[in-house]
Design a protein around this ligand. Structure first.
Ligand code: SAM
Length: 202
């Protein structure tokens, strides 16, 4: 399920201004990350990490003994994230440039977060199946946005060609995809403020 290079170039263009132009509500982000159920010493994957908005929240959960792997297909997003969170100060965060679909996940994470990136995946069902495979038994996948589904879809629909077809399905549809991937769906929120679907690997 490769991500097209146009999309990577599109997000590259946005990277320098991303921190200033996108407002991440800390209360919502904290609540979303809490749903991952992470504990000290755990390993977490941040898919489509952008400039690393969720990384400090993940680190707050896994502590000094845990690890966060943050991946993004846009080299410039990752470059900005690395400046913000340098490895000397944050030795347990590893940033990777690449398409998450091509890194070969296998039974290795206590939790995987897709924050503000799920609509951009070509084959959403296959992506969920693949991410579920990357979880340890009992691990948690969270697909989340800190805005409503309608707001996300309206923003993409009125956006440029690279993202205008990127669609966030209703929570029930994502829950069905998670169930199809063998996950137990433990929570869905699809209201005017937030969008969250949580699945747990049995
Ligand atoms: C809307 S941005 C959100 C970034 C970050 N999560 C945030 O909330 O600030 C979506 C990000 O997903 C990344 N992305 C899209 N498809 C991807 C893929 N297949 N693998 C890795 N990253 C991807 C994009 O490059 C982009 O940085």
């Amino acid at each position: 399920m490769p991500c097209d290079s146009e999309k990577s170039a599109f997000f590259d263009e946005l990277a320098d201004d991303w921190n200033e132009s996108v407002d991440h509500d800390p209360v919502k982000l904290e609540r979303i990350v809490r749903l991952l159920g992470l504990e000290q010493g755990d390993r977490a994957l941040d898919v489509g990490c952008g400039t690393g908005a969720a990384v400090p929240y993940l680190l707050g959960r896994v502590g000094d003994t845990g690890e966060v792997l943050a991946i993004d297909v846009s080299p410039k997003m990752v470059a900005v994230a690395r400046l913000k969170l340098p490895s000397e100060e944050y030795p347990n965060v590893k940033f990777v440039v690449g398409d998450v679909g091509e890194v070969g996940l296998d039974d290795e994470f206590n939790a995987i977060l897709c924050y503000s990136c799920f609509p951009h995946f070509h084959d959403q069902r296959a992506t969920i199946r693949y991410l579920a495979w990357g979880l340890k038994k009992g691990g948690t996948l969270v697909i989340a946005h800190s805005e409503s589904r309608d707001a996300i879809n309206a923003m993409h629909a009125s956006g440029p060609d690279e993202i205008c077809g990127d669609y966030l399905p209703p929570a029930g549809e994502i829950a069905e995809m998670m169930a199809d991937a063998g996950l137990e769906v433990t929570e869905t929120i699809d209201d005017e403020e937030t969008f969250v679907v949580v699945g747990r690997r049995r």
